[in-house]
Write a protein that binds this ligand. Structure first.
Ligand code: NAP
Length: 315
């Protein structure tokens, strides 16, 4: 083996050792094999984050790392820390203005590209067949990841049908492994499907205890489009981190409100992408695979639904 290869092997071993804290603490219990996700594959890196099979067969981690509002050094460091903690799915968007920092965080982690699941999104100003190609290539260059695992239409505005046509082509060329949508209602999805050749794999929407989107969730599930939760903690709005119902449930399992929330998303079959800049929170948010919410606990959380967005400024 040459020196460069040896150095790479050592770097990789160090990285895996650092990640081992999570790998040993999150035990996969037998009931996961038949939970809401169906059969779940172990990721190639043998980490304990289960994966879900998307409608095109691609395996996606059920828990990822959000990067909204993170920029510069803090973004780069948080992404590298998250990967070291065990996260493999990283969510960004051209709109966040941080793809370059996400890309350098990934490089800093030293992890192999194929072990990661990278999502970015096409912003509304770039909607349309021609513009979306340029926007995609710009995102990819900034991230420096060679290809994207998932590319989403960020919002259903402008010529999103033209964007979809281009995304289908980029998918066929192998530049994107799965394509999807974000913030689409069932009616907007139906409109897209009137011209689409490929069905979206994901719809990423605001979903948390206070805005559970039950009807859209059921609709998209029926159409085999996986729901992914943005703001799985509602960014802490409406007192999510101190909510008494979540706290009472958490007490029984020795878990925090954040962990109960993420476990609830998981048991609903929803992929969640919490954001944090704190290493302790990164580890806490991953530590949700060693307990199970009972049916009555799931019902108690279901009853917290206000059916109102906590982000009226974004609608
Ligand atoms: P979020 O994940 O619901 O909440 C983030 C907040 O929770 C941060 O302030 C963080 O603070 C805090 N937090 C994290 N873990 C915690 C814990 N264990 N205990 C207490 N506080 C904790 O909000 P979000 O970032 O808006 O949403 C997640 C991701 O979804 C985004 O980052 C982005 O990637 C994506 N997103 C997509 C869209 C879309 O339109 N598609 C829209 C919004 C967001 P600390 O840093 O101090 O831990």
């Amino acid at each position: 083996m040459d020196t460069k290869n040896q150095q790479n092997q050592i770097k990789r071993r160090d990285f895996l050792q650092k990640s081992a804290v999570f790998a040993t603490s999150a035990v996969l219990l037998p009931f996961f094999s038949d939970h809401a996700y169906g059969a779940s594959n172990r990721p190639k890196n043998n980490k304990a984050i289960p994966t879900v099979k998307l409608n095109n067969g691609l395996a996606m981690p059920v828990l990822g790392f959000g990067t909204y509002s993170l920029r510069g050094e803090i973004c780069e460091r948080s992404v590298a820390d998250a990967i070291a903690a065990g996260y493999r799915l990283i969510d960004t968007a051209s709109r966040y203005g941080n793809e370059i920092f996400v890309g350098s965080g990934i490089k800093k982690s030293g992890i192999e590209r194929e072990e990661l699941f990278i999502t970015s999104k096409l912003w509304v100003d770039d909607a349309g067949y021609e513009k979306s190609k340029i926007a995609f290539e710009t995102s990819l260059n900034k991230l420096g990841t060679g290809y994207l695992d998932l590319y989403l239409i960020h919002r259903p505005r402008g010529d999103f049908k033209g964007s979809w046509r281009m995304m289908e082509e980029l998918h066929k060329e192998g530049k994107i492994k799965a394509i999807g949508i974000s913030n689409f209602t069932p009616a907007q999805y139906d409109d897209l499907m009137s011209v689409a050749k490929i069905k979206p794999a994901i719809n990423q929407i605001e979903t948390h205890a206070f805005f559970q989107e039950k009807d859209p969730f059921n609709y998209f599930s029926k159409h085999d489009v996986r729901t992914e939760a943005w703001a799985p903690f509602a960014e802490g709005r409406n007192g999510l981190f101190t909510n008494q119902t979540l706290a009472d449930i958490g007490k029984k399992h020795h878990k925090s409100n954040a962990q109960v929330s993420l476990r609830w998303h998981y048991q609903r079959g929803i992929v969640a992408i919490p954001r944090t800049v704190q290493k302790a929170h990164m580890a806490e948010n991953l530590n949700i695979f060693d307990f199970k919410l009972s049916e009555s606990e799931m019902k108690a959380i279901s009853a917290l639904d206000l059916n109102v967005s906590q982000f009226p400024e974004w609608t």
